[in-house]
Design a protein around this ligand. Structure first.
Ligand code: ADP
Length: 627
């Protein structure tokens, strides 16, 4: 039998069991629709449905009423005991019997017959019914406190003390609703009496130990009472309004954190599903048992997760002090932290490096590497873009030059052909009688056909060269002789154009392994250019020289010259300097390309020095044999 027994005792048992099965939670509590609270031991404002009062037997009721009259109006206590006893004889309901027995006990007490009173009260304790109450107070509590009073009146201190101890134990074991203050009144007065009489009475060792045990229990109970009061005072109003809002189906946990008496009070709760709500239960609340979570739960969970050797996991509080760390390392600095999303407000998960390196140190090398890679990729991309742009420009330049070449060459072919045809026809018609005129026409036809041959040779040679099939016939020959021969062949044309030619040749022959025809083609191209690109100053100097390593032929003119930045390009295929002079001069842009190719095939070089408006010097150098 227990004094706090009530209709929701099973809920207390359920909470108690749940708490012991789930050590990560503590202070579980239930909230009902009226805002009533219940924990594993105490409850507050929980509307306890009164135990169904039995239909009182009419004889019992009659005797009970008369007994009360005799007790209070007639003040005939003996008569009232008789009538109460009569009522008791007719009653068979425990609750009713407990009430009647307590009345009989009271009458004996008033009569000063304390032993008899004790006897009656003890009968109440013998009835085994958990929900039994007299008024709002459990019948056991009434009976035990009355027995204690009787012993007090009998001056049996020991018995009185023992009874109070039993009552104290019952009160601690079975607290009932805190509302109304009955429970706290009984608990506090009994606890006080025990302390007072404990000091004056010499009690046995075992009893002393028992008291110590009960005091711990009382302290725990008061903690729970304080907890439930905080919820009732601080948290419940907000919680109830929140709970009434949300949909009943969602099982979402809510977290509340409040500052109460200078410390943070945290709890979580969730709304119970509709099935519970039918039995007036609205929500289940709880607190986390942080000690257990830190010492048992986290180590267990973290042990089952593979993090690798290079990282340790820890838990920090809001001030960044370490609450828990894997392997119990002592580490000053964490690498990164992040808060828990919902639960454990104020706690953070932190990652540590076992070698106490900072995140900068750990990532420094990788950062550098990625930076270099990144810059490298950007550079490669830039180079690629530049090369592509250059290639595009080059290609468009080549195609422009090609089309220019085609138009130049066709012009070059057409002009001499037209001249040859015109003068040929004129001669053929016989209208030219004068020998002098005839000679002039023959000379034009010869010159133009030479030019044509020269052009066609250049184009054919170039196409062989471009295709890589140009062949050379290297033979030992006298370079001086080759130059002299070429000049001889071209001399007429030079002087014909009004040029003055100066030739400086060595007296001794210069024997080299050369392709004679190709070398004279180079010379003709250079002489031809000197003629083409000269204005008023019609002077050409041809010089053949020899030094220790090479033989050189230089052809200097006093013509238009070439701008500095064009000097390198003039040897490129189809390239023609874009000056007014070049435009009015016929050409294919192949002469120098061919000359360079031929000279290089001889292992030599071709160089140019030039000044705009002053003239140009082209120097061909061919290495001497054995060098
Ligand atoms: P082209 O058929 O146009 O003469 P070349 O390859 O022989 O082709 O010469 C390329 C360009 O170099 C010419 O278009 C001309 O602008 C320039 N050049 C060559 N030789 C001379 C020179 N002696 N004086 C001035 N410019 C020259």
């Amino acid at each position: 039998m227990s004094p706090g027994s009530d209709n929701f005792a099973w809920l207390k048992v359920w909470i108690r069991n749940t708490e012991s099965e789930n050590p990560a939670f503590r202070n579980l509590f239930l909230v009902n629709y009226d805002g009533g609270l219940i924990t594993s031991s105490v409850s507050l404002g929980w509307n306890d449905r009164p135990a169904s009062t039995p239909a009182v037997n009419s004889k019992t009721a009659y005797s009970f009423d008369n007994a009360e009259k005799a007790e209070f109006i007639d003040r005939n206590l003996t008569e009232s005991i008789r009538l109460y006893s009569e009522a008791l004889a007719f009653s068979s309901f425990p609750q009713e019997r407990a009430l009647i027995l307590s009345r009989i006990g009271r009458c004996y007490f008033k009569l000063g017959e304390y032993r008899k009173a004790i006897y009656q009260y003890r009968k109440i304790l013998d009835i085994e019914n958990e929900t039994m109450k007299i008024g709002n107070v459990p019948a056991t509590v009434i009976a035990l406190s009355q027995i204690a009073d009787c012993y007090k009146a009998l001056c049996s201190d020991k018995e009185q003390y023992e009874t109070m101890l039993e009552l104290y134990q019952q009160l601690l074991d079975n607290p009932w609703n805190l509302a109304g203050g009955d429970y706290l009144y009984y608990l506090k007065s009994v606890s006080e009496k025990i302390h007072n009489s404990g000091n004056t009475l010499r009690i046995a060792d075992s009893a002393e130990r028992n008291i110590g045990h009960l005091l711990i229990k009382e302290e725990k109970l008061f903690q729970k009472i304080r907890f439930i009061e905080i919820i009732d005072r601080v948290i419940l109003p907000e919680m109830i309004s929140e709970l009434r809002k949300g949909s009943s189906s969602e099982l979402r946990s809510h977290n509340i954190s409040r500052e109460v008496n200078d410390s943070i009070f945290q709890l979580s709760y969730f709304k119970l599903p509709a099935t519970f709500q039918q039995s007036q239960l609205l929500a289940l609340g709880y607190q986390f048992e942080k000690e257990y979570i830190l010492s048992d739960l986290f180590p267990g969970v973290l042990a089952s997760v593979e993090f690798g050797k290079d990282i340790l996991v820890g838990i920090l509080n809001q001030n960044d002090s370490v609450l828990y760390i894997q392997d119990e390392h002592q580490l000053p600095e964490y690498l990164v932290t992040t808060g828990f999303s919902q639960q454990f407000t104020g706690w953070k998960v932190a990652l540590f490096d076992p070698d106490v390196k900072s995140i900068e140190q750990l990532t420094g090398k990788e950062k550098q590497l990625y930076m270099i890679l990144f810059i490298g990729i950007i550079l490669v991309m830039l180079i690629g873009i530049i090369l592509m742009i250059r290639a595009v420009i080059h290609e468009s330049e080549i195609s422009r030059m090609k089309s220019e070449f085609v138009s130049n060459v066709s012009h070059e072919l057409k002009t001499p052909l037209a001249l040859i045809r015109m003068f040929g026809e004129t001669l053929d018609s016989g209208i030219v009688n004068e020998e002098k005129d005839k000679q002039k026409f023959y000379s034009i036809i010869r010159k133009e056909s030479e030019r044509l041959t020269h052009l066609i040779n250049n184009v054919l040679d170039f196409s062989r060269m471009d295709a890589g099939v140009k062949e050379y016939n290297f033979q030992e020959a006298d370079l001086v002789e080759v130059v002299r021969g070429s000049l001889e062949a071209y001399k007429f044309q030079i002087s014909d154009n009004g040029f003055q030619i100066e030739i400086e040749l060595p007296d001794e022959p210069l024997i080299l392994k050369i392709d004679k025809d190709s070398i004279s083609q180079v010379l003709l191209n250079l002489l031809n250019n000197a003629v083409k690109y000269s204005d008023e100053e019609k002077h050409i100097l041809v010089k053949v020289q020899k030094d220790s390593t090479s033989a050189s032929i230089s052809i200097a003119d006093r013509g238009v010259g070439i701008p500095k930045d064009e000097l390198k390009k003039i040897f490129d295929k189809f390239y023609r300097v874009s000056t007014a002079r070049t435009k009015e001069t016929r050409g294919s842009g192949l002469g120098l390309t061919l000359a360079k190719h031929i000279v290089e095939a001889h292992g030599g070089t071709i160089e140019v020095e030039s000044e705009v408006g002053k003239g140009s010097i082209f120097t061909v150098r061919i290495p001497l044999p054995g060098i």
